[in-house]
Design a protein around this ligand. Structure first.
Ligand SMILES: Nc1nc2c(ncn2[C@@H]2O[C@H](COP(=O)(O)OP(=O)(O)OP(=O)(O)O)[C@@H](O)[C@H]2O)c(=O)[nH]1
Length: 430
């Protein structure tokens, strides 16, 4: 078996490392809330390990935060291959190293107020898909209007739970954790998928991080993807809204964190308006798939079972919807995508230092990243993805003999300097 070991050598200035299949569950560091990371320079949090837990059905690589003193640490992106690689075959059909993840998938449906989240949810719940879905609805206020709308229309939901006393991304995050834990404890065998509808004003980041930071959630539930509804008629005014310093523009954030974007209400705008909106969305997020719809009518496999956070082979989804040069030209409150595509192989040590330093200095601003790398001396493609300072990486399938070794990375975040990122990355090439 080929394997990579990922170790966080905290004391010894090593940081970013990648593990694969540790025979024991690893819990050397306490899991912590990640999104509220202090800006203080005394400590930072990071990274990831992989484990094959014997105590749960989950057998998966885990993104994991670490604490380490900044003053004595540098981060390193270390991949050490103890390889007794599988017999090389010229076919690409080499077994994936990442074990299947059998945890219950959860989908976050987000989008600004009135964009069509409940309409999509009803579409999901009333469609024929054979899945048993548990729904968690988050609404402001005491009256669960959306909840009754959904409940009235559907026989498809196993369970609809309401979170009415605040917004998931802030005050009721603890409730979300409790709710998911309860759902799993009481009804694990009664549903196959959890769908969470956020309020229209939610920032998805803390909700995403809940799935990694909370052990009670992480062990049974995995984040499948973030689906963002965009109101084709009204979204520009929300995207344009200038917020006070330090306050996020939720409409922009919801697009930035999406794995799937649904440009909804296309019946209310012209073709050219849709075209320019799509361009604007692409500038914010060049990673997400995008579809145009009326009344949220999409195929269900577009929104469920998408593996947006998976590194597993056949699920790792890495399409670029931007041209292949580093650029960043979004006008939306400093949030944009930068894509880097270039041939060659990376010096691991340099890449490690570059990426580690970048995350150390800029992880607050780097919302999402995904990459597929060609590393010198490694026969497999190395894939990774991250959300702020959470980072998860693993070797994937073998490079095919006739396949150009092309590196691809996309960053989505705030105030990204495309030229600087490209320069830094290219300096790691041999
Ligand atoms: N014309 C038009 N109306 C739509 C479309 N999709 C949804 N609507 C309507 O838009 C309104 C808002 O839709 P919802 O699904 O409730 O939107 P939401 O995002 O859940 O709204 P909040 O929960 O308030 O954030 C409803 O009256 C829907 O019927 C569409 O594609 N075209």
């Amino acid at each position: 078996m080929s394997c990579l070991s990922l170790r966080a050598e905290v004391a010894a200035s090593s940081l970013l490392t990648v593990a694969y299949r540790n025979p024991k569950p690893l819990h050397p560091f306490p899991s912590r809330i990640l999104c509220t990371r202090s800006k203080s320079k005394c400590c930072s949090q990071l990274l990831t390990y992989s484990s094959s837990s014997t105590s749960t059905s989950a057998s998966t690589s885990r993104t994991f935060p670490l604490n380490f003193p900044l003053t004595t640490s540098r981060r390193r992106f270390t991949v050490s291959a103890t390889t007794t690689a599988p017999p090389q075959s010229d076919s690409s059909d080499v077994s994936t190293k990442i074990p299947p993840d059998n945890r219950i998938p959860a989908t976050i449906i987000t989008g600004f107020l009135g964009s069509g989240k409940t309409t999509l949810l009803n579409h999901i719940l009333t469609a024929e898909h054979g899945k048993r879905i548990a729904v968690i609805e988050n609404e402001f206020g005491e009256v669960d209007i959306d909840g009754s709308l959904v409940a009235a229309q559907t026989a498809g939901a196993e369970d609809i739970m309401m979170l009415n006393n605040g917004c998931l991304c802030c005050t009721v995050r603890g409730d979300l954790v409790r709710m998911i834990s309860e759902l799993v404890a009481r009804k694990k065998d009664k549903f196959d998928h959890i769908v969470i509808e956020t309020t229209g004003l939610a920032n998805p980041a803390p909700i995403i991080q809940t799935f990694y930071a909370e052990d009670n959630v992480f062990k049974d539930v995995k984040l499948d993807g973030v689906v963002t509804l965009v109101d084709a008629k009204h979204v520009h005014r929300h995207l344009d809204e200038v917020k006070p310093d330090g306050v996020v523009n939720e409409a922009v954030e919801q697009i930035a964190y999406a794995d799937r974007i649904i440009v909804n209400k296309t019946d209310l705008v012209s073709e050219s308006e849709i075209g320019s909106l799509v361009q604007r969305i692409r500038n914010i997020n060049s990673l997400a798939h995008l579809k145009r719809t009326e009344f949220g009518k999409v195929d269900l496999d577009y929104v469920l079972g998408i593996g947006g956070f998976d590194l597993e082979r056949d699920k790792f989804d890495f399409c670029l919807y931007a041209d292949h040069h580093a650029h960043s030209h979004s006008h939306d409150p400093g949030v944009s995508s930068v894509s880097i595509v270039c041939e060659g192989s990376l010096d691991l040590e340099k890449a490690n230092i570059w990426l580690g330093t970048l995350l150390l200095e800029r992880s607050d601003d780097i919302y999402r990243m995904k990459g597929l790398l060609s590393v010198q001396g490694m026969d497999e493609r190395f894939v990774f993805q991250g959300v702020h300072d959470l980072f998860q990486g693993s070797p994937e399938r073998l490079w095919r003999p006739d396949e150009p070794r092309v590196n691809k990375i996309v960053f989505i975040g705030k105030n990204l300097d495309a030229q600087e990122l490209e320069k830094g990355f290219k300096a790691c090439l041999l």
